[in-house]
Design a protein around this ligand. Structure first.
Ligand code: PLP
Length: 411
């Protein structure tokens, strides 16, 4: 008999976006004439930069010629891409990263979900609340989170509330935690940390021999000066932090798939006898066993992000989305809705009017204005009473959505 991994049975029912899809389909069946605007799922809509397309076309041609054909890529990524990552994403900010500390992958989702495999099952995880659900669910599948309660919390997870009351800045936990997931600019709140705020976490991790798993998938959206782009801008972070980056939101690669993870050689996890083990080596070994690399064509496309044309094109697209964010922010503010984020991130996090339940507001927005957003409670208990809109839509539909907020939503 094949037995099930019972950890999977402990996961709560519907994945957030499946539930949203279900409700939208029900609404469509009853109102086939409604023109629905989707500002829910965090997926991009603008096409890939022309520089990336050209590079991928050239790479396809290379694959068709015997002299330039390539088979399996290296597990950790091609050197041509790694060198560009090091130079543009780190060296330009004064950060020194070695080539064998960068691991190219098919996505920050898989990397942030898989990294927990390298940690013992008794580690205590801490997550900001609300949170990108992958961190918690991947640990739940590994049996590290305890029991899921009626309050929407796992018994063994330390939640770090990020709400309007603390300006979305997570406070250090009272209890000792071992694995700390931080994501800034944040999905879903769109908020950021300053270098000084991040430094407190690095100091905590050093004092407690914890590891910070820092997701900076939205780094390219940072506009303000004092917001760190990388956790490695913080002194001491090389000893305690892993950083996840992605070309998905930076360059429209959500469907093309390319990302990378940086693990400095100083980052250590410990055996029961106290012996330090290099997380970098453990990850290399794990990837070599379970991952066969990112396609040559896609890595050439990602490399082109760093050309002069590529840089110009991604900045134009990010500028387009951030103008959407401004339109949403200003429009909602003008009708008295309290909004957060949307300045250094493509997400606008709003407080539901009159403290309305997140799902109740979802239904109201869908039925009155035919707009789909994401209920904040889907990201964790502290997301209750909040709601997420994304700036990834087209300009016209974003403007139309704001107009509908003003004219059709009964506040
Ligand atoms: N990390 C965060 C915080 C995200 O919001 C997302 C996607 O929405 C990802 C990672 C996934 O990135 P990728 O497309 O590289 O898998």
């Amino acid at each position: 008999m094949a037995y099930v991994n019972e950890n999977h049975l402990k996961l709560p029912g519907n994945y957030l976006f499946a539930e949203i899809g279900k409700r939208v389909n029900l609404f469509k069946n009853d109102h086939p004439e409604a023109k629905i605007i989707k500002l829910g799922i965090g997926d991009v809509t603008r096409p890939l930069p022309a520089a990336c397309i050209d590079a991928m076309h050239r790479a396809v041609d290379e694959m068709g010629r015997e002299e330039t054909f390539r088979g399996y890529p290296e597990y950790e990524g091609y050197d041509f891409l790694i060198q560009k990552i090091i130079e543009y994403d780190y060296l330009k900010r004064g950060i020194h990263i070695e080539a064998d500390e960068v691991f190219v992958s098919d996505g920050a989702k898989s990397d942030t979900a898989n990294i927990q495999e390298l940690f013992g099952s008794d580690n205590i995880i801490a997550v900001t609340d609300p949170v990108y659900p992958v961190y918690v669910d991947s640990n739940a599948m590994a049996g590290r989170t305890g029991v899921y309660g009626a309050d929407g919390k796992w018994s063994k997870v330390v939640y770090l509330p990020c709400t309007a009351e603390n300006n979305f800045v997570p406070q250090l936990p009272d209890a000792k935690v071992d694995m700390i997931y931080l994501c800034f600019p944040n999905n879903p709140t769109g908020m950021t940390l300053t270098k000084a705020q991040l430094k407190k976490w690095v100091d905590y991790a050093k004092a407690n021999k914890s590891v910070i798993l820092f997701d900076s998938a939205y780094e390219a959206y940072i506009h303000e000066e004092d917001v760190p782009h990388s956790i490695f801008e913080v002194e001491g972070a090389r000893e305690v932090a892993v950083e996840f980056r992605s070309f998905s939101k930076t360059a429209g690669f959500t469907g093309t798939r390319c990302a990378y993870t940086v693990i400095p050689k100083e980052v250590k996890v410990f055996a029961p006898d106290g012996e330090a083990q290099s997380l970098n080596r453990l990850w290399y070994r794990r990837q070599a066993t379970k991952f066969n690399g990112v396609s040559y064509i896609v890595q050439r496309g990602a490399e082109a992000v760093y050309t002069e044309q590529g840089q110009k094109q991604i900045k134009a697209t990010i500028g387009y989305y951030m103008e959407n964010a401004r339109i949403i922010r200003d429009g909602l503010k003008s009708i008295g809705i309290q909004v957060f984020g949307g300045v250094n991130a493509p997400y606008i996090w709003l407080k539901t009017p009159d403290g309305m339940d997140s799902w109740a507001f979802f239904d109201k927005l869908l039925s009155e204005a035919n707009i789909v957003g994401t209920p904040g409670s889907g990201f964790g208990p502290s997301g209750r009473g909040y709601f997420r809109l994304t700036a990834f839509g087209g300009r016209e539909s974003t403007e139309e959505a704001v107009e509908r907020f003003k004219t059709r939503l009964k506040l």
